[in-house]
Design a protein. Structure first.
Length: 200
């Protein structure tokens, strides 16, 4: 269960387009902007997940990288889907690792070697704001978990469909149903700034 601060949500929901743009200065850290707006992003996750050009929005800080195999960016909708499934999360150790926190660390990136098993992961807790880096994560687990969501749009847009058409037979072409693979146009993802303007 991922909890967000609803008071922060109400304040952020009142931002206008100019105020959102102001957050994206040349030197802005996109991860900090993401953390700040997380209450709105989380409350609006269904809209993001179900809108392809928001789902595939690129986040520079979200990826999985594996030695020898390569890596993948984790787009916005995929990241939210993972967290919604309870994946890429772990209990928050609390701000000073003494005090308990009811929140979850939401992992945004993981990297390492699936062969040696060494892995580092990094994430944040939306409840207490703790940013946590873990040296001994399980790379294999992250790799398996990341495959439960679509990381690339080609998967999302290719689907099997039955249509009325013609079949070729010894009599020539005869009407009949045929199975095709529908490949829709490639998605043009919105920028993260555009997504915020769409959900606020
Ligand atoms: Zn916490």
């Amino acid at each position: 269960m991922i909890i967000v601060n609803l008071d922060e949500y109400k304040v952020l929901k009142k931002y206008d387009s100019k105020e959102i743009s102001r957050e994206f200065t040349d030197t802005a850290n996109i991860f900090s902007v993401f953390k700040k707006f997380f209450p709105v992003i989380w409350e609006e996750k269904e809209k993001i997940i179900n809108t392809p050009n928001m789902y595939y929005t690129h986040l520079p800080f979200a990826f999985i990288s594996m030695a020898y195999i390569g890596g993948d960016s984790i787009p916005l909708g995929a990241l939210l889907s993972l967290w919604q499934l309870g994946l890429f999360t772990r209990p928050c150790p609390g701000p000073d690792k003494q005090q308990e926190c009811e929140g979850q660390i939401l992992v945004t990136k993981a990297g390492g070697s699936p062969l040696s098993g060494t892995c580092r992961s990094y994430g944040f807790c939306p409840v207490c704001g703790t940013e946590s880096r873990l040296e001994n994560s399980n790379m294999r687990k992250y790799r398996i978990e990341s495959k439960k969501v679509n990381l690339r749009s080609s998967n999302y847009y290719r689907r099997k469909k039955t249509i009325k058409g013609y079949k070729f037979s010894w009599k020539g072409l005869t009407p009949g149903l045929k199975n095709i693979v529908e490949v829709k146009q490639h998605v043009k993802p919105l920028s993260f700034k555009q997504v915020l303007k769409n959900i606020i």
